[in-house]
Design a protein around this ligand. Structure first.
Ligand code: SF4
Length: 273
């Protein structure tokens, strides 16, 4: 089971504790990035004596609780200090009178300003699975990306099932969104009716685009536009796979060397290798 949705992780731990060991040990994107940022700014040459305060902006209210989960902390230390929802940030922007038309645009601070399409599409149901399929796929041509896109991973159904070939082995995956749908799927898994190698679960219907921190009252047109916004952004990104992001590769060769489990995985007694 995927581990990027804290509401799902909590649901599994409380409703199906016997399955909790099947959840990936990977921290969520928020917790991975929080740990990496904190580690990066520990260097006195980089922090220049300034105190770091880490603030996430998220579509999700469950992310506020996630930063306090002990197994997602680094050496017992909280990595992310505050979480603001997108609705809260929008309200702060309005209240402070910021007018975007009067602001000069600028690029994201380096070295963390380079992302991949695989990261962008995490926000819509099926996006995590699609990013994993991209990672497994050796090539990155348009034909190969299209094959993944049309594999059944996209669409806003509550449950999608697909198979894909990985080095001659058939991998069976399920993509489920909404905890009611997840509950039904788990019962089918436990009864032996179905089995999968990989299951993506998002607690919110249609994924984070419809998270509890997003503006409420989104109808069908808005829902569609939010998903389209992410997919359109992905189309224009030159880097499609996280493992081809030069920034990620540089991190593994530098800052993360010998610390991948400490910083990127939940603290479940996993040892470094
Ligand atoms: S699916 Fe919902 S609860 Fe889960 S991480 Fe996304 S916004 Fe949060």
């Amino acid at each position: 089971f995927t581990s990027c949705c804290p509401a799902w992780v909590k649901f599994c731990e409380t409703r199906y504790p016997e399955l909790a060991d099947n959840i990936s040990t990977c921290r969520s994107p928020q917790q991975m990035f929080g740990a990496v940022i904190r580690e990066y700014y520990r260097n006195p040459e980089i922090n220049q004596g300034k105190k770091l305060v880490s603030v996430s902006i998220m579509p999700c209210t469950a992310k506020k609780e996630e930063i306090l989960r002990p197994e997602s902390m680094t050496n017992g230390r909280q990595d992310v200090d505050y979480v603001l929802t997108t609705t809260e940030v929008a309200s702060m922007i309005r209240k402070s009178g910021i007018r975007f038309e009067n602001i000069d645009g600028e690029s994201t601070d380096m070295p963390f300003g380079i992302g991949s399409g695989g990261g962008v599409i995490f926000g819509v149901t099926g996006g995590v699975t699609e990013a994993v399929l991209r990672r497994l796929q050796t090539g990155h041509s348009r034909v190969e990306m299209d094959r993944i896109r049309t594999s059944g991973v996209r669409g806003d159904e509550g449950l999608k099932e697909l198979t894909f070939d990985y080095m001659g082995k058939e991998i069976r995956a399920a993509v489920v969104n909404g905890l009611g749908n997840a509950d039904k799927l788990i019962k089918r898994i436990q009864s032996g009716e179905v089995s999968y190698d990989f299951v993506e679960v998002m607690a919110c219907r249609r994924g984070c685009i419809m998270g509890g921190g997003q503006p409420v009252g989104a109808g069908p047109r808005t829902r569609k536009a939010r998903a389209k916004g992410l997919y359109d952004t992905d189309v224009n990104m030159q880097i499609k796979k996280s493992n081809e992001n030069p920034m990620v590769l540089a991190l593994y060769e530098g800052l993360l060397k010998g610390k991948t489990h400490q910083l990127l995985h939940r603290n479940l007694g996993v040892t470094e290798n």
